[in-house]
Ligand binder design. Structure first.
Ligand code: UD1
Length: 383
């Protein structure tokens, strides 16, 4: 990026985005674009944006390929922490991140979503007294036993600016006393909308261009298959739950395309569970291929939060293989059914008719959330 002459002596600020897992790369992409746009348009304030990749995800299909397809700048730092137990992974992230966050004056650390990389970035920024912003703040499943719920609650409580994807998420924060008028810590909670919607709109045309080729590659016809994703620890770490879901999926009437997350691949092999019958396992897909295969699926079955929303945006009915969701709006309008993990309940949820059209319902903003986020943080910079 070229810094305009007029801004060279103006106010510069340094923001560090901490990411590490697949859904965070998706959320980061529109924020990078919005920062570039800000820098092109502003004659007075330039944002130096550094990307710090913890290395939590490292397989090409779920890391590097997303950076390439979404034109995300190469990370400034890669901590290369890789996989291990939660404790070791978190400890490595924090230890490797500390000298980087101490090495220069940082105006914002930005964390995204609810992974271990979110928790590590939030905790360290708070400890080093660096202003912290949380993108996708305020989501709650109500199950504090989930690592993701623990991560998001801690990140929210430590942040100064909380950027929520929906009114429901904003209300959750206000109920917890974060960011309202009465907040003694003067934290700011705002309705920013969903950056994943920005990402989808920015890449849908590219995905459409390759959809026919992708369908041919998997010998599938548009609306002639279901798409399945499954990776949550609550499902994969429990052999009985995993086997029960697969029994339900095998009862369906169409082929089921199943991009298998690395975690799930290992668990399936270790548990000796087979994927024969209607299920067609394939390696994880890139972002563009995933959008294409989501759009053309008859229905989507998933335990991922991001995939539930992408189904909603693409007008594809979704069946969620969990007992609760952080995205209640998708359920309220009939786009999404919470099926749990019982085989017969899964079969029924997929076979029943869903509401036909929820396109007029827009609880997650209009696709310009990243711009709002950059405006909000740069306004706070100036205060
Ligand atoms: C993480 C997030 C989850 C998010 C998901 C998206 C946490 C606690 N969980 O789950 O919220 O929805 O990312 O994908 O942060 N593995 C590989 N290659 C990789 C990455 C992982 O083989 O590139 C395997 C490793 O064996 C690892 C396992 O997958 O032990 C789980 O990876 P991990 O990063 O711990 O969590 P995810 O299940 O991916």
């Amino acid at each position: 990026m070229t810094i305009p002459e007029s801004a060279r002596n103006g106010a510069n600020s340094t923001w560090v985005s901490v990411v590490g897992a697949r859904p965070q790369f998706v959320k980061l992409a529109p924020v990078c674009r919005a920062i570039d746009q800000h820098n092109r348009n502003s004659s007075t304030s330039i944002i130096q944006h550094r990307i710090l990749h913890t290395g939590q995800h490292y397989d090409r299909e779920i890391a590097e390929l997303l950076f390439e397809q979404m034109a995300i700048p190469h990370p400034d730092h890669n901590l290369g922490v890789g996989s291990s137990s939660h404790g070791t992974q978190l400890a490595r992230m924090i230890q490797n991140m500390e000298p980087i966050l101490r090495s220069e004056r940082i105006d914002w650390v930005i964390v995204y979503g609810d992974t271990n990389s979110t928790l590590a970035g939030a905790l360290l920024a708070a400890r080093l007294n660096i202003p912290l912003a949380h993108v996708e703040a305020g989501c709650r499943s109500g199950d504090i036993g989930m690592p993701e719920e623990q991560n998001r609650v801690v990140a929210d409580h430590l942040s100064q600016v909380l950027l929520t994807p929906s009114q429901v998420a904003l209300d959750n924060l206000l109920r917890e006393g974060i960011g309202g008028d009465a907040d003694p810590r003067k934290r700011v909670s705002v309705l920013a909308g969903d950056v994943m919607y920005d990402a989808l709109l920015q890449h849908l045309k590219l995905a459409d261009n390759r959809a026919a080729e992708n369908l041919r590659q998997f010998s599938l016809e548009s609306k002639g298959y279901y798409l399945l994703t499954l990776h949550r620890a609550e499902n994969t770490n429990n052999r009985q739950r995993l086997a029960s879901i697969l029994r339900g999926v095998k009862l369906l009437d169409l082929p089921v395309l199943f991009p298998v997350h690395p975690r799930t691949k290992q668990v399936l092999a270790a548990a000796g569970l087979s994927l024969n019958g209607k299920i067609r396992p394939i390696p994880p897909l890139g972002f563009l291929e995933m959008l294409a295969m989501e759009k053309h699926a008859r229905k989507i079955l998933t335990d991922s939060g991001g995939v539930q929303k992408e189904a909603f945006y693409l007008g594809v009915p979704c069946v969620t293989l969990r007992d609760q969701t952080e995205w209640p709006e998708t359920v309220g309008c009939g786009a999404n059914r919470i099926a749990g993990t019982e085989p017969e309940l899964i079969r029924q949820a997929v076979m029943e008719n869903h509401a036909r059209d929820w396109s007029a319902f827009t609880p997650y903003g209009n696709g310009s959330s990243a711009e709002k986020i950059v405006d909000q943080l740069s306004a706070a910079d100036r205060e």
